[in-house]
Design a protein around this ligand. Sequence first.
Ligand SMILES: [Zn+2]
Length: 157
Amino acid sequence: MPKPPSSESPDQSEAFRAYIAEKGLRGTRQRLAVFEATRNLSGHYTAEELLKKSRSIDRTVSRATIYRALPLLIGSGIIREVDVGRDHKYYLTETGSTPFRAQLICENCDTILEVDAPFMEWYGKTVAAKHGMKPISQKLQVTALCETCQKNKLSRS
Ligand SMILES: [Zn+2]
């Protein structure tokens, strides 16, 4: 039996089920386990980490289930895809209020920080409007060195 959703927002589960139904798909036990896994992960995770978490909820979740569930989770606004230009993508569970976010990416390790950047949204809108354009999407990613990597660099030189 899948565990009842432990998250504080049952509406998210509703939204996901409704989205799946809209696509003419069934809310299978495996799909709901993947959904449940996203509620239990924090920070940025990879598809593999999502698979591991989903399997801890339902052992029958396969890698194919994950790759088919990802677009459904993204489309229904449950998770967000974060592409930082590496060979694999990261995912982040949406937490409700989502002001514009920027990513600080350490170029040396796996550290990725999400920071609120509401000014960027304003900036994008303003600049686009100036040229009679309507923004569709925008992103801000800052490549940096995290504190640990800075220290390691110093101790090596
Ligand atoms: Zn680092």
